[in-house]
Design a protein. Structure first.
Length: 108
């Protein structure tokens, strides 16, 4: 696990208590999990993402992240419609460990 001073926590994001983040991008908002969350989970082996077009409320579950340690639910830090998801995570879920701030999904 990383030391606290090794964690990447960009200032241009809003963070939820459950360690999800939201960042405005163009006309939408990108959401994902924090560096802290991925670090605590360990090696991520599976990511379940929402369907494009789904409308989700703030706090609603939008997917799961499975690691060698546990399965964790993902909760929307902001409500909206899912416009796109990072489908690359289907084949390479470990990308969340190396790049937790690449978009997991887009909402509007």
């Amino acid at each position: 696990m990383k030391e606290i001073n090794e964690l990447v926590l960009p200032d241009d994001m809003r963070y939820a208590e459950d360690h999800e983040w939201a960042r405005s991008k163009g006309d939408g908002v990108r959401v994902g999990i924090s560096d802290y969350a991925q670090d605590q989970l360990g090696d991520i082996v599976f990511v379940e993402l929402p369907e494009v077009g789904a409308t989700l409320a703030k706090g609603e579950e939008f997917g799961t992240v499975e690691s060698v340690k546990a399965v964790s639910e993902l909760f929307m830090p902001i409500g909206g419609e899912v416009l796109a998801v990072n489908t690359a995570l289907e084949d390479a879920p470990e990308n969340v460990n190396s790049s937790p701030y690449d978009p997991v999904s887009y909402t509007h």
